[in-house]
Write a protein that binds this ligand. Sequence first.
Ligand code: SF4
Length: 374
Amino acid sequence: MQAMAKLEQILDKPFRGKLLTRADAVTLLTAPDEALPEIFDAADRLNRQVNGDRVSYVYNRNINFTNICGARCAFCAYWASPDDAGAYCMTPDEVAQVALQSPGVDEVCMQGGLNPAIDFQYLLDVTRAVHQALPHAHIHAFSPMEIEFHTRRAGLPLERAFERLIEAGFGSLCGTAAEILVDDVRRDICPAKLSADRWFEVVGTAHRMGLRSTSTMLFGHIESPANIAEHIGRLRDLQQQTGGLTEFIPLIFIPYRTRLGRERGIHEMLPVERTKLLYATSRLFFAPVLPNVQTSWCKLGLPTALETLDTGCNDLGGTLLSENITRTAGGRHGQAMTVEALVAAIRSAGRTPVHRDTLYNVLSVNDRAARRPA
Ligand code: SF4
């Protein structure tokens, strides 16, 4: 009885304009199964209060320009050694050619492995090449880890690096490489990656220079509820300082072909109800600081992603067109989605589709007309 009263108090907070604490987040994340409908309902009501019945999507293309990477993160099945049969690194011109395969996209999203054969100049060249090929498209690119890796090797201060990227046509920073922003967990799953503090330094610097970024979290592996609370707590703190985050994107761990899955005996993805609880908790925790929580059709599958629209999510992500990282980890839900399929899916969930750009500017609402061809 006492536990349910405590839960009700927590669920009431965002509706009274109060921020949830990290301890509140842990309470939600460890709630018993019978409490989940109430938590989902609160997250849904809060989402509808902020976003109405609108669900947004972005027409974008993903390009992973190299899979060569020395970091060898335990959760990643994407990386390759330079001598591996499938190892590749595209030239800037090749990246631009891929971008040109879908000339109507609003966003080109580019990331790659930590390949010592490329350097910061390559990031500039690839940005410039895509910007010249598709001047209207927003270039959303590079993880804080890629920025750290290449600027450190170039001896370039972060501010100067972002200045040069902006000159080349860079639009916004990917909030990836976050995984879990707690160093004890990072040492286990991605020891070669930048520390949590440095991640916040890179992203915070971008924000202070007027750039926006997304924010992500990899969940469903060895992290504890307290680790998740710390992760989202630090992201919310950052957002209160800079206002530079466009959205929060929880990314479920896909264990099937990963070392982390094998070594830690994680053979399946987190169950759907616990996944929905993570999204619901995110909605309740970030209110009213960050209004956008993105679900992931390519990781969860479209039916489950649509279920998360009832537990706090207001964005279905992008068309992607050539997603590779989830596929190599054993993801089973495809690499591309047409705009029409995303719009139909949103409508099938009884929601209003909103075509947005990278920065969440609305481009059209409930547009039934077919968009320009890719
Ligand atoms: S997650 Fe990124 S940095 Fe880590 S091994 Fe994979 S490609 Fe490399």
